[in-house]
Write a protein that binds this ligand. Structure first.
Ligand SMILES: Cc1cc2nc3c(=O)[nH]c(=O)nc-3n(C[C@H](O)[C@H](O)[C@H](O)COP(=O)(O)OP(=O)(O)OC[C@H]3O[C@@H](n4cnc5c(N)ncnc54)[C@H](O)[C@@H]3O)c2cc1C
Length: 390
């Protein structure tokens, strides 16, 4: 198949660049759940947590929130967990096969991740919550003496407790991953052009695109995989697609003497620290806002304060900052499937906090749909038409 990627270059560095690089196979339960809802107040930005709502943008997330509340019904969470669990179970093998195909096996590092607490109280609460959680194929164990010693030697605060997750991993360098994907796509004859798609409609049974520069294109197949930007396109195509921008922030600086530690979650600070080549990235925050609204600099300031308190190497240098949006649907399941409104239209978006983790398996499923093969996973839970009901 000949392929053309159309990407709105003015967005610059999307979530697929700015994420924490964590292959998070330990999170099969969707965040649309009673448990998450119950803990929301304690996680608010105003009381030191990571969760925030930009009140001026209530029109962007208010209707989404009403659907979210409905999706928190225990029956919905249970069926969501079954569906997400199947995707996550296939995500690890899909990643292994993708990095082989890219001839870059070192892009995937399967060294698990660590999670630490700085107070005994937080540790007791955290351990209880992880003990009750479904972590799929991932096993949680106590930190070994070595792991604990190495980690403690790198941070300036005493660590009360911690656990290791076996079976997760990270992408060695997200920027290199994006460059490699692009290079391999081109080397196999794929093309790419800048531009914003403003409309997809059906012309003589085939999808027809209009771009913001007035260009039009007709193709046998079109895949909408535009993160948060997918919502507007899908709605123009006649779908109900309530995707919201769940924005996150990172700061990044030199890795210094961090060593080859796997990603470390500082759970009391709701922050994950990941090494990418010679850089260290600290990421956090779940901010519900309109995707085009200005960033909130208080979030970078708080990340800097955490980095300084922990004595992270990146705190000692000028850091770069980034903000971008996770594309999230109210039930925290992605939308993957074939449109019933427009012939030849396929969609893949709404991968929330797990978009990097699920990208390789989503690619495989889209490949199946494009080639008319039956996908290896039942895609009915991910059908966008689920939002038309009720
Ligand atoms: C702080 C943070 C940390 C994260 N950490 C992790 C993690 O550790 N592990 C994990 O699995 N996930 C993580 N995620 C989630 C993950 O990054 C996202 O789910 C994923 O990147 C979404 O990918 P996407 O391709 O759907 O969207 P994006 O990465 O947003 O890409 C969408 C692309 O579509 C283009 N586009 C949009 N609309 C149009 C249009 N109309 N016309 C043309 N082009 C268009 C944009 O330019 C963009 O390039 C994190 C997210 C954040 C914010």
């Amino acid at each position: 198949m000949s392929t053309l990627i159309i990407d709105n270059a003015s967005i610059g560095r999307p979530a697929s660049y700015g994420n924490a690089g964590h292959i998070a196979l330990e999170q099969p339960t969707p965040l649309a759940s009673q448990a998450v809802l119950r803990g929301a107040l304690g996680r608010l930005f105003a009381v030191g947590g990571a969760l925030d709502f930009r009140l001026r943008d209530v029109a962007a997330w208010g209707p989404w929130a009403l659907r979210y509340l409905r999706a928190c019904h225990p029956d919905a969470t249970r069926s969501g967990a079954r569906a997400l669990g199947l995707l996550l179970a296939a995500a690890g093998p899909a990643w292994r096969s993708l990095v082989q195909d890219l001839s870059a096996p070192d892009l995937l590092i399967e060294h698990g991740h660590l999670l630490v607490w700085e107070s005994a109280k937080a540790a007791a609460r955290g351990r209880a919550s992880w003990a009750a959680a479904d972590t799929g194929s991932v096993r949680i164990r106590d930190l070994s003496g070595d792991e604990r010693g190495t980690l403690q030697a790198r941070v300036a605060v005493p660590l009360a407790d911690g656990v290791a997750f076996d079976g997760t991993g990270q992408i060695a360098d997200v920027s290199r991953l994006l460059a490699t994907l692009d290079e391999v796509h081109r080397s196999r004859g794929g093309e790419r052009r800048g531009g914003r798609v403003v409309e997809v409609r059906e012309v003589e049974g085939r999808p027809h695109l209009t771009l913001d520069d007035g260009a039009t294109l007709t193709s046998d197949l079109v895949v909408i995989a535009g993160g948060v930007g997918s919502g507007a396109l899908m709605r123009r195509a006649g779908h109900v697609a309530p995707v919201v921008a769940e924005r996150g922030y990172h700061i990044e600086g030199p890795a210094g003497d961090w060593g080859d530690l796997p990603p470390v979650v500082f759970e009391d600070r709701a922050m994950i620290v990941t090494r990418f080549a010679d850089r260290l990235r600290a990421s956090s925050f779940v901010e519900f806002a309109a995707s085009g609204s200005p960033a909130d600099p208080r979030k970078w300031a708080r990340l800097r304060r955490h980095a300084e308190a922990l004595g992270l190497p990146l705190a000692k240098a000028d850091t770069t900052t980034w903000m971008g949006a996770r594309p999230t649907l109210p039930d925290y399941l992605p939308a993957i499937g074939r449109s019933r409104k427009i012939g030849g239209l396929i969609y893949a978006f709404g991968h929330q906090h797990l978009g990097l983790t699920l990208s390789a398996v989503t690619g495989e499923l889209i490949g199946d749909l494009a080639l008319g093969r039956t996908p290896a996973i039942d895609l009915s839970p991910f059908d966008i038409a689920r939002f038309e009901r009720g």
